[in-house]
Design a protein around this ligand. Structure first.
Ligand SMILES: [Zn+2]
Length: 144
């Protein structure tokens, strides 16, 4: 969410000149969407009906690939709610980017490829706290 908020603050002036607050809220919401494939995730606690997805899809599989945000963009452009789709897709991609910093990584082309983009950060370690602190500091700097 923190990386989603940072990305939203960077993208809002470029993409959403007169609807920045709505844009930022949608980006942050979009940043929660990939973890729909994890039963205990924030999005599944917020919208329990989405827990069904975690029953049928493995964690960090299809919903942690590039395809869902592309589908969101495709639907958004087709039905002409482009800004909403852009915000959700940007948030979605910010989540994938942040998961890429972890040791488990992200397979952006799942199920087409087995290649995972992996980082060195393990959840719950000092490095996660350092990254989080850096992101929060960046958010504060952007807001002042
Ligand atoms: Zn994730």
């Amino acid at each position: 969410m923190a990386i989603g908020l940072l990305v939203a603050l960077i993208a809002a002036p470029v993409l959403a000149s007169d609807q920045k607050v709505v844009f930022v809220v949608l980006v942050v919401f979009g940043s929660l969407l990939p973890d729909v494939d994890h039963k205990g995730s924030k999005i599944n606690r917020l919208l329990p009906v989405t827990k069904l997805v975690a029953t049928f899809f493995r964690h960090r599989g299809f919903f942690h690939s590039i395809f869902p945000p592309l589908i969101i963009l495709g639907i958004g452009y087709y039905y002409e709610f482009i800004l909403v789709a852009q915000a959700l897709a940007i948030g979605y991609l910010s989540h994938l980017l942040s998961d890429s910093f972890t040791k488990l990584g992200v397979n952006y082309l799942y199920p087409v490829s087995q290649f995972r983009v992996m980082g060195f950060i393990e959840v719950g370690t000092i490095w996660e706290s350092v990254l989080f602190a850096g992101v929060i500091l960046s958010i504060v700097i952007m807001l002042i």
